[in-house]
Design a protein around this ligand. Structure first.
Ligand code: DGP
Length: 116
């Protein structure tokens, strides 16, 4: 079964696409947690951060340079922002297609809630 994000990349599901190239697609999160909330995803399906291979190093680096450029374009680079990758159950991952969350546009508070 293709994930929601594979279907967005394929154009089968609507999304507000902000960037697309041969390796990466970026679109607005459907449930934004900040004034700016963008997801940067590899076009090829990598389920989780655990599944990143050594051959994916350049691809993952590209996800971060796309995030950097989008932060500038959205006008949040100077004030700052947060990049998050959730992995598996304890990380709170909901969609099993690797993605970087780009969050900003307001103070985001502490890094994460203390859990112990
Ligand atoms: P995560 O918990 O890290 O797997 O985050 C998944 C994010 O994906 C979550 O913030 C909501 C977002 N999301 C889920 N379904 C859709 C969708 O169909 N379209 C868009 N644009 N975002 C989605």
């Amino acid at each position: 079964m293709p994930t929601l994000f594979e279907r967005i990349i394929a154009g089968e599901l609507p999304a507000t696409i902000l960037h697309r190239d041969d390796r990466v697609t970026a679109f607005r999160d459907i449930h934004p947690r900040a004034p700016v909330h963008i997801l940067i995803v590899p076009n090829k399906p990598i389920p989780t951060a655990n599944d990143i291979s050594d051959d994916d190093e350049a691809l993952v680096g590209h996800m971060f340079t796309v995030a950097r450029d989008l932060a500038r374009r959205e006008g949040i680079a100077e004030d700052g922002y947060r990049l998050i990758i959730n992995c598996n159950q304890h990380g709170g991952q909901e969609v099993y297609h690797l993605h970087v969350h780009l969050l900003g546009g307001a103070p985001l508070g502490g890094m994460v809630a203390k859990t112990f």
